[in-house]
Design a protein around this ligand. Structure first.
Ligand code: PLP
Length: 398
């Protein structure tokens, strides 16, 4: 047998891992309600018309060539305008890089920051690629606690305790996946103060920035004075175009501390040539076009969020914090005597109730004894899922 690398074989991705047993059931003709993947395009959400048209037009008009590694100048200009409007940041197109979605931005940033044995502070629980990609690039994902009793806000004291001489950056995911938390301005300020104290950059994942139900998103990029912040965003969530694989990031670096990191990132960007050219035309249309679709979509999402939250609070054996952003809810399993782990719980629910959740421990140690539910589907589907799940819980707890 030809051996694969340990680096690649060591990758874990809980969100897709639970799909195999679900597929097994489906092969036997059993209908499974999948609430495991955060992809709006699988339900009644599509990118707005003007973006779709711009994408098709770009292809038809011959924009099918390689573009610049850093992204098309018109798009970088549009990103500056969008981000000035949203975050009031003082940046120019020179500070912006376009990527194959946030996932590639993470690869560039971790690849440029990490030597073997270095670490990045990442939230626990967190979106799994933070742990997986940091490890892939030879680093250690150094998890800091976010506190459920405090609406899943980061624990600044814990963050401070976790910083050591090999820490290279602090990653913040806000609004958060999997908890749906929206961080307070005070928390963001405290994170920036801490980063400043230890001379660390902040990496800010803002992919859900305009997807909030209560309150508004605050970016560390908008509050920083001297701490370097790398802000990431893209088309996948707020613009409902997950499959187009387009995103961007930019540097807010008032004192020029990231000069070498920027050079390293540009080297990585050049060897991968460029992001998709026609998708960038669609992005220009999205970032400069009307946003009325978002209001309609957020109204649907809020109805779904309110529905699933109400149903979950009526089910025995679990407790739930109300998410304030994104489209995930992360209940806690209170009754633990019936299962050995949260993964066993999720598999039991899959086999018995035919609903697919993701086990919380797949999102880091603070996710232990929780599970994540995606509430993107219409209420009728959520209703069926919750009816099945409620019957399952009542049976198990009787
Ligand atoms: N960051 C967070 C917090 C996410 O939840 C996701 C997807 O679920 C991503 C990044 C992936 O974004 P992209 O599609 O832009 O790679």
């Amino acid at each position: 047998m030809i051996r694969a690398s340990e680096r690649a074989m060591g990758i874990e991705y809980a969100i897709r891992d639970v799909v195999l047993p679900a597929r097994e059931l489906e092969r036997k003709g059993i209908k499974v309600i999948r609430l495991n993947i955060g992809d709006p395009g699988k339900y009644d959400f599509q990118p707005p018309e003007h973006m779709q048209e711009a994408y098709c037009r770009a292809i038809k008009e011959g924009h099918n060539y390689y573009g610049p590694s850093e992204g098309l100048p018109e798009l970088r200009e549009a990103i500056v305008t969008r981000e000035k409007r949203k975050n009031g940041v003082d940046i120019t197109p020179e500070d912006v890089r376009v990527t194959a979605a946030v996932t590639e931005a993470l690869q560039f940033i971790f690849g440029a920051l990490l030597n073997p044995g270095d670490n990045i502070l990442v939230p626990s629980p967190s979106y799994p690629p933070y742990v997986g990609l940091v490890k892939f690039y030879g680093g250690i994902a150094n998890e800091y606690l976010t506190v459920e009793e405090n609406g899943w806000q980061p624990d600044i004291d814990d963050m401070r305790k976790k910083i050591n001489e090999r820490t290279k950056a602090i990653a913040v995911i806000n609004p958060n996946n999997p908890t749906g938390a929206l961080y307070e301005k005070k928390t963001i300020k405290e994170i920036l103060d801490l980063a400043g104290e230890y001379d660390l950059p902040v990496i800010s994942d803002e992919i859900y920035d305009l997807m909030t139900y209560e309150g508004k998103h605050v970016s560390p990029g908008s509050l920083t004075k001297d701490v370097p912040v790398i802000v990431m965003n893209g088309l996948s969530k707020v613009y409902f175009a997950t499959g187009w694989r387009l995103g961007y990031f930019y540097y807010v670096d008032p004192e020029g501390k990231l000069e070498e990191v920027r050079e390293a990132i540009d080297k990585m960007a050049r060897i991968r040539i460029c992001p998709s050219t026609p998708a960038q035309f669609a992005a220009i249309a999205g970032l400069t076009g009307p946003m009325d679709y978002l209001e309609r979509y957020m109204a649907k999402l809020k109805e779904r969020r309110d529905y699933i939250y109400r149903r979950l609070t009526e089910i025995p054996g679990i407790s739930t914090t109300k998410p304030q952003g994104a489209f995930y809810i992360f209940p806690r399993i209170e009754e633990r005597s019936k299962w050995k782990s949260d993964k066993e719980f999720v598999l039991d629910a899959l086999h018995e109730a035919h609903v697919l959740f993701v086990h919380g421990s797949g999102f880091g140690y603070a996710g232990d004894w929780h599970f994540r539910i995606v509430f993107l589907p219409p209420v009728e589907i959520l209703e069926e899922a919750m009816d099945n799940f409620e019957a399952f819980m009542r049976k198990r707890l009787s």
